[in-house]
Every structure is written in structure tokens, then in C-alpha cells.
Design a protein around this ligand. Structure first.
Ligand code: C2E
Ligand code: MG
Ligand code: MG
Ligand code: MG
Length: 292
């Protein structure tokens, strides 16, 4: 009896394991095919100044809608790409696509606001990452100030010395760096002041707690004050309500990103924010944000 039960349980686990392995393999194959066939889209989520509301930047976010697998969120396929050893290839793909888009906008006479790009630890470990990035920028005629790199605390703290050198080299070349999801990982506060970082992005989990949790409000206030004391700017992620916005403004947080302002937008939809058209398409008048 017990033995039979054990056998059944084993069969169940074996089947579940096999399904998991199968799923992962399908995802891996899907990823490879998607990279090869350029099936990824980049969307741009606007970032706004909190005081005046003007557009100051955007975060480039990856989207994958597979013809067979459907829409797969980055929270699922990024870890899968990491495990499959495809993350550097995928990240390279993102970098190329975003820089080419910025170059296209510039050729069209637009001055796009700063575009932030998410960078993973594996990319920083590539021996010539900074040189490579600079070559990509140069070959497209994109100035370093046109982009900002988002690194998480985990990425920085994994190899503090390596990251520190890398950040100095990026800063020397005029490339800004932002710490993403700040407050969720483990940061050495002692090092934070010594790293050349331009911006802290307060994680959404704190912003979400503004209305209900006094502790979250205190933490945000402390993060903002600390960042300012260290000469950094602060951008709050995931702003969804007017109350959250009001609190962050009162605390002198400079910038924000979230559904209250905009959802992530297609390149074409984002581009419409560059020029004040006064709601009259097509933009015939000489718009303020165009290079003359
Ligand atoms: P992240 O870098 O922290 O990106 C912010 C995430 O918050 C995005 O989710 C964005 O759509 C979402 N978000 C923005 N505003 C709001 C809001 O008001 N409310 C809520 N609930 N969510 C909001 P997304 O696009 O699903 O990306 C999730 C994560 O996947 C990103 O977190 C980033 O870690 C990763 N990711 C996305 N694109 C890339 C990429 O191109 N490269 C790398 N390495 N990672 C990426
Ligand atoms: Mg990010
Ligand atoms: Mg984030
Ligand atoms: Mg996040």
C-alpha cells in the first residue's frame, strides 16, 4: 500500500519534472528563434520631471510576443535567457535596437530625451564592454549623454571592485548610470558614496506603500535625502496615484515613471511626445523640440 503510494508520488514528480524541463526547452528554443528573427520589440516608458511635468527621459523595456508561445513577460524570459546562456546575446540585441532607434530619431531631426537601458551583470563582465558600447554609440553618431545605463544593486555588489572601475570608465566617457530597484537588494552604503552614480531609482514596492505604510514613507524620504547628500538625483518608479505623486514632490524627488504618467509606449507612440503638436496631426509647424 505505502509502497504503491510512494511509486505514484514518484511518477507524479517525474512527470512534473519532465513538464518543467520541456517548458524550459520550449522557451529556450523560442528565445533563440526570436533573436534570430528579430521578434522582440522595444517599448519606451516616459520619465517625467515631478515639479514641472516635462518629459525628461524614457526607459527602454523589452517585449516578446511569440507566434506560438504568446506574450511572455520579461520577468519570465530574462531569467530563462540567463539560465540558457543567451542573456548577453539578447542584451546585445536590445542595445543595438535602442541605439539604432535613437540614431533614426536624430536623423529625423528629433532630440529624444535620455533613454535608459537595463544592463545585466553578465554584460559588465564582458572584457571590453565599455569600449564596445562606445563603438556602438560612435558608429551611429549617438552622443554618450543620449543614454543612461540602469544597473541593479545586485549587479554592482556582486563584484564591487570590478563594477567600480567600470562605472569610472563609463563616467569618463560621459555615460550616466542609474541604480535600478533601489532599496530591494543589498547595498553597501559605505560604497555608494564612492561610486560615480548619477541617479537612484526608488523601487516600486516603496512607492506602492506610500498610502498605507508609514515605514515605506520614511524609507523613501531617507533614500531621497541620502541620494541628494551624495549628489545623486532620484527617480521614483511605479507612480500610479496622485497621492503618491504629491508625497514624492513634497519630498523633492526629481523624476518619476509610472502608469499615472504613461504606460510603456511603442516607439511610434513615444515619438509623438517629442513635439508639442497641439493635438493637430500631422506636425506641420516647426516644433520646439526639433533641431533647426
Ligand atoms: P524594471 O527595470 O524595474 O522595469 C520597470 C517595470 O515596471 C516594467 O515592467 C514596467 O512596465 C513596470 N512599471 C512601470 N510603471 C509601472 C506602474 O505604474 N505600475 C506597475 N505595476 N508597474 C509599472 P516590465 O516591462 O514587465 O519589466 C520588468 C523587468 O524586466 C524590468 O524591471 C527589468 O528588470 C526587466 N527588463 C525589461 N526589459 C529589459 C531589457 O531590455 N533588458 C534587461 N536586462 N532587463 C529587462
Ligand atoms: Mg529598469
Ligand atoms: Mg526598476
Ligand atoms: Mg523593477
Amino acid at each position: 500500500e505505502a509502497k504503491a503510494q510512494g511509486r505514484n508520488r514518484f511518477r507524479f514528480f517525474a512527470a512534473a519534472m519532465q513538464a518543467m524541463v520541456q517548458q524550459r526547452m520550449t522557451l529556450e528554443t523560442g528565445l533563440r528563434t526570436a533573436i534570430d528573427n528579430d521578434r522582440f520589440e522595444i517599448v519606451y516608458q516616459p520619465q517625467n520631471a515631478l515639479a514641472g511635468g516635462e518629459l525628461v527621459g524614457a526607459e527602454a523595456l523589452l517585449r516578446w510576443r511569440d507566434p506560438v508561445l504568446g506574450e511572455i513577460p520579461p520577468g519570465r524570459f530574462i531569467p530563462a535567457a540567463e539560465e540558457a546562456g543567451l542573456i548577453v546575446t539578447l542584451s546585445e540585441h536590445v542595445l543595438t535596437k535602442v541605439l539604432s532607434r535613437i540614431a533614426l530619431w536624430r536623423r529625423q531631426g528629433f532630440v529624444p530625451p535620455r533613454i535608459s537601458i537595463n544592463i545585466v551583470a553578465q554584460q559588465l563582465r564582458e572584457p571590453h564592454f565599455v569600449e564596445h558600447l562606445c563603438e556602438l554609440l560612435e558608429s551611429r553618431g549617438v552622443p554618450p549623454a543620449a543614454i543612461c545605463l540602469e544597473l541593479t544593486e545586485g549587479t554592482l555588489m556582486e563584484d564591487l571592485d570590478g563594477a567600480s572601475q567600470m562605472l569610472s570608465r563609463l563616467t569618463e566617457r560621459g555615460i550616466a548610470v542609474s541604480i535600478d530597484d533601489f532599496g530591494t537588494g543589498y547595498s553597501s552604503l559605505a560604497y555608494l558614496g564612492r561610486l560615480p552614480i548619477h541617479e537612484l531609482k526608488v523601487d516600486q514596492s516603496f512607492v506602492r506603500g506610500i498610502a498605507s505604510e508609514a515605514s515605506k514613507r520614511s524609507i523613501i524620504a531617507a533614500i531621497i535625502d541620502m541620494a541628494h547628500a551624495l549628489g545623486m538625483q532620484v527617480l521614483a518608479e511605479g507612480i500610479e496615484t496622485e497621492d503618491q505623486l504629491a508625497f514624492l514632490k513634497e519630498r523633492h524627488c526629481e523624476m518619476g515613471q509610472g502608469y499615472l504618467f504613461h504606460r510603456p509606449l511603442s516607439a511610434e507612440a513615444f515619438e509623438r511626445l517629442f513635439v508639442p503638436c497641439g493635438g493637430l496631426p500631422p506636425c506641420a509647424a516647426a516644433p520646439a523640440a526639433r533641431v533647426v
